[in-house]
Structure formats: C-alpha cells, structure tokens
Design a protein around this ligand. Sequence first.
Ligand code: CTP
Length: 399
Amino acid sequence: MAGRAEGRCVLVCVTGCIAAYKACELVRLLQKQGARVKVLMTEHATQFVGPLTFRALTHEPVAVGLFDDPSDPIHHVSLAQEADCVVVAPATANVIAKMAHGIADDLMSTTLLATTSPIVVAPAMNVHMWQAAATQENVATLRERGVRIVGPGTGYLACGDVAEGRLTDLDAIAEAVYDALATTSELAGERVVVTAGGTHEPIDPVRYVGNRSSGKMGVALAEAARAMGAQVTLVMGPATVPAPAGVTVAPVETAAQMLDATRAAFTDATMLVCAAAVADYTPSHPADHKLKKGIEELDSIALTRTTDILAELSAAKGSRTVIGFAAETGNPVGYAQDKLARKGCDAIVANDVSRTESGFGSNTNQAWWVTPERVEELPLMAKTDLAREILVRAHRLNK
Ligand code: CTP
C-alpha cells in the first residue's frame, strides 16, 4: 500500500531546543510513509544534535548556513520551492516570532518566508515562554495565516517543571504533515467568496430578529476551497462554529452588512457561493435606544424586505460562477429550479431541511445539484465532503 506521503518532499526544520533529538524519530516516521525528507537546522540546533545524524538518516545534505552551498547561491529559495510541506519541529519561541514578523536573518527564517507550501509548526519551550503574551500573539498570527500549529503537549519539561510546553506527540505532528500534503491544487487560481451563518436584524440595540443557522455548511465550503488551493474570503454572519484558519474573514451581523461585504469581496473574485441564511426581512424602524416594556401588547414589528444578495450579485456576475442554496421542506428540486430561474445563478444546491440528517446544525447533508441543464441527486454525506463535491462541480461550470 502506498504511504501517506509517497513521493512527496518534506522539509524538517530543527531549531535549538532540547527536543531537537526527537526530530530524528519524526524524520523516520515521515520516511516510513514514503516521504523524501530533507533537514534544515539552525546553528543553535547543531549544538543539540549533529548534522551528521540527520545526514545519515536522510542521505541528503543537511542545510544550516545561508552560504553553505556554493553551487546554489539562492539555497533558501530552492529549498522553499522543493518542499511540498515544511514542518518546524521543535519550534522555539524565537523561530515562531521570526515567522510571525517576517524576519529573515538566517537560512531557516528566509526559507520559511520564501515557501508557498503549507507549514506545520510544533512548538516546544519552557511553559512561561509559551504562555508569554508575545508568543501567544505570534502563534495566533501564524494560525490566522493558515500555519498549522500542533501542540505543545503537557508533561515533564527540561527545566524540571511539569507543564505545557513539551514537543507534542510525534504521530500528531506527522498527521498534521499528511493533512497538509493532502491539500490539492484543484482550485488553484480561483478566488472564492463564501457567505455563511445567519444574520441578526436589530429591533433595538439589544434585540434582534435572527435565525438558527449554524454556519457549518459555509465554513465547510470555505475550508474545502482553501484545501483545494483557492484564495478564500468568508463573509460570516452569526454562527455556532468558528471560521477556519487560512481564509480571510469578513465578520458581519446584518443582511445589509453582508451585502456590502460580499459585494466588495466579489469585485475581484472568480466564484461566489451563497450559503448564508440571510434574513428576508429586517425591522423597518430599529429603535436607537432599548425599548421598554411599557405596553401590555406589542401588536407588530414593521418589517422591510432585505436585498437578495444572491440575485443582486448574479445579475452582475459576467463570466464568474455563482452558486446558491435552497433549504426547503418538501419539493426541494422544484423550488430549486424556480430559484435558479428567478435569481439567475449558475447552480443551486437544494436540500430538504425537514429531514434530521440534512437539517440545520446537522453534520451531514443530502442534496441535489441543480443547473439549468440537469438535476443530480447526491448521496447523504458529511457536510465537509459535500463541500468538495459542490466546489468540484462549480469549478467545471463556465469552463
Ligand atoms: N440569499 C441571499 N440573500 C438574501 C436571501 C437569500 O443571498 N437576502 C441566498 C441564500 O444564501 C441562498 C439562497 O439565496 O443561497 C436561498 O434563497 P432564499 O430565497 O433565501 O430561500 P428561501 O428564503 O427559502 O426562499 P423562499 O422564501 O422564496 O422559499
């Protein structure tokens, strides 16, 4: 059976930390799954483990200094381009800080800045260094940029403390590498905008009209599009799930804000997927102060129709691809065909939300892919898998 990293090149970056010796075992694990492993060390790392150890393990030259290889004057660029995935293990507070701030003052930091491949970082350091505000902010910055952070674990540290800061389990690090390698380039060059979540339409400063959208389908779409190599902007209303790493997030509350943010993001996008449950109506006269319960009965709240984002942007889409959703309770295909014609998008993903396995908040969905030419029934699957199926089909349209 082929290994999970068969034929792929993984660059293991080892920094100056007592856990550096564990990188030897990581190299072995990755090799067992078929990876070609190259090792890059900082000068400090060579104080803990000799480069010869890695050279013997990998049968490859071990890179340390910026000017070590006279035959390749831009060694950092060739290393960065050759690797399908770069893993920094163990990663000190120092290398994490350099990555967060774009500092490039040695071979490792220049390579990390120059790579466009996915990066996995496995921190290992003293608990106080890990918990320091600077490190936490740097790690958050890297996460936002899509760097996969694994660990640290909790246990016995070199300083004698039993605390957080240990290099995490090597299997977990290897797993993150395989996951990063699974990232494909099917959507390379696509700039995808996804709307997700619900909207909150204010009645007064503390109350709103809202809906029970979990945001799971939109988040799954954004995550899948990123994993397929697209640049992704997620316009996200209130939801119960967090936005994924590695995408640009435009947080919004109301339908009007969602329209503005989506319109702006769509300007230089190639694809729009409207998965948000946008309120169809918004209170016509939201109060600018908290309403007091002075009267016994409140007969009505006047509501006004919101702009249909999907229809509005479909009208201006040109050759770009626009996909909508139809959440129905009965006759999903019929309603979807009607919506497709009314809204002018390229395809509608229809599902029946009265079924428990396809309803709001569920992790699975059974849907129909409806275009003007055909209707395709898709099997019940995880929302994450459905997201891929939708994006593959959307990418093929207009081609
Ligand atoms: N949509 C949108 N902007 C709105 C309303 C809906 O972009 N203001 C998008 C949703 O993101 C989804 C599709 O339109 O892609 C759903 O259509 P919609 O008309 O909201 O469905 P229903 O409200 O269920 O329609 P109807 O009341 O006509 O059955």
